[in-house]
Design a protein around this ligand. Structure first.
Ligand SMILES: [Zn+2]
Length: 421
């Protein structure tokens, strides 16, 4: 699937020892170093394209963009993979509700997502893959799970074919990521696309791998599986195995994906590859609220990036508003976030339009350190604010100024934070 244009990443000078990138790992709860290998695999779960990019999505993809940039700056060769869940129950339900073709809906919303990502200066994934173009890959993996006796069929009155489920009892690593009790898992499974009440399953938590063909639903040839379509979690497992192999460095997404999506993706991947570890580090973006509730399509309380852009809001201000919050802390979007970000953007642009400023090499090192240290973007913005305050004071005084400093700061902000001034 076509992704979006790659923004230019300016070069930065050496500022001494490059920081090691450390991330807050959801599985262990600790700050974990990302090992410097030949290739650093980054897999971030993509959208289900039935509604345009809201600020919760934008927070996720901007957070992982900062990670992508930090890794590259620290010398990693990053291979970034992202999927698009371009066929799934919520997408089909929305298309039916609105009386539109589901393919048209998915294409339209994916196109809008690309525009939003481009406006927000997000570096695109090298591999951007829809489920509908990965069905053969997914079918092959499900058949391998069946052959290994790690999957089983359940008959349904809704189809001549049979649905196929993963047998979690054959997945020894299951449960290691989220660390939840069984009762908690059952609640979340029911809330987030699972079917714990379905009769005939060996374990109520077993996730669907293949949904046999239903009347009025799209389906693909699944070979020995019969016609049908993939379940949700197996798409990410199959795409990650194909394009990264396991274990890979970082699995990312919103905190609402920890369970069941990431837990199931990992369990399946480990069962398929005979490995104990799916991703070395799991990083999650906290939910963004609006008007007292989590921003979500189902609640309808969305602030859309495209709507802000249509109002004339500078995408750099949207990005700064997102970066002002730590990725692990839930927060609620208000107009004050945008006002503060626009004020900050104005101050930064004013300082950088001057003919000189205080020496800036220390600032470049500070921004590098902050983003590499668990993606501390609020700390990075504070460091820039401090330099900007100094530059604005210095501009009215007689002290010596470095004529190259504003350009260097602009390049650092562009490369590391993705904010072009
Ligand atoms: Zn995923």
């Amino acid at each position: 699937m076509r992704s979006w244009p790659t923004p230019f990443l300016p070069e930065l000078p050496d500022t001494g020892t490059r920081p090691v990138v450390r991330l807050h790992d959801s599985a262990s709860g600790g700050l974990v170093e990302v090992p410097l290998g030949p290739v650093t695999g980054l897999y971030v779960c993509g959208i289900t394209p039935y509604d345009a990019t809201h600020l919760g999505h934008a927070a996720t993809y901007v957070t992982f963009d900062v990670l992508n940039r930090a890794l590259r700056d620290a010398g990693h060769t990053v291979r970034y993979v992202q999927n698009v869940t371009d066929v799934d129950d919520p997408l089909l339900a929305r298309a039916a509700r609105d009386g539109v073709d589901w393919v048209h809906l998915a294409d339209r919303e994916t196109a809008l997502f690309r525009e939003d990502m481009t406006a927000l200066s997000v570096v695109p994934p090298e591999h951007y893959l829809g489920v509908t173009e990965s069905v053969d890959l997914i079918v092959a993996d499900i058949l391998r799970l069946c052959a290994a006796d790690a999957a089983y069929s359940v008959a349904t009155s809704e189809s001549a074919g049979e649905d196929v489920y993963l047998d979690l009892a054959r997945c020894p690593s299951f449960g290691e990521l989220a660390g939840l009790t069984r009762a908690q898992m059952l609640v979340l499974s029911a809330e987030r696309g699972g079917d714990p009440e379905r009769p005939g399953k060996r374990d109520p938590l077993d996730p669907l791998l293949w949904r046999a063909e239903r009347v009025d639903e799209p389906s693909w040839d699944g070979g020995d599986l019969g016609r049908g379509r993939p379940g949700w979690h197996i798409e990410c497992t199959a795409i990650a195995l194909e394009h990264l192999g396991i274990p890979f460095a970082v699995q990312g997404g919103g905190t609402d994906l920890v369970f069941p999506h990431h837990e199931m993706s990992a369990a399946q991947g480990c069962a398929l590859a005979g490995e104990r570890t799916f991703a070395q580090v799991y990083v999650h973006q906290a939910m963004v609220g609006y008007q007292g509730a989590k921003m979500s399509k189902s609640k309808g309380n969305l602030v859309l990036v495209s709507a802000l852009r249509a109002r004339g809001v500078d995408p750099a201000a949207i990005r700064l508003a997102l970066l002002a919050h730590d990725h692990r802390t839930e927060w609620e979007w208000t107009d004050a976030d945008l006002v503060a970000a626009e004020r900050r953007l104005h101050a930064w642009r004013t300082a950088l339009s001057r003919n000189g400023g205080p020496a800036a090499l220390g600032l470049v090192a500070a921004v590098r350190d902050r983003v590499a240290d668990g993606l501390d973007t609020p700390g990075a913005l504070d460091a820039v604010d401090e330099w900007v305050a100094g530059a604005l004071v210095a501009a009215g005084s007689a002290q010596d100024l470095d004529p190259g400093a504003p350009g260097l700061v602009a390049r650092a902000i562009d490369r590391l934070l993705g904010v072009r001034l």
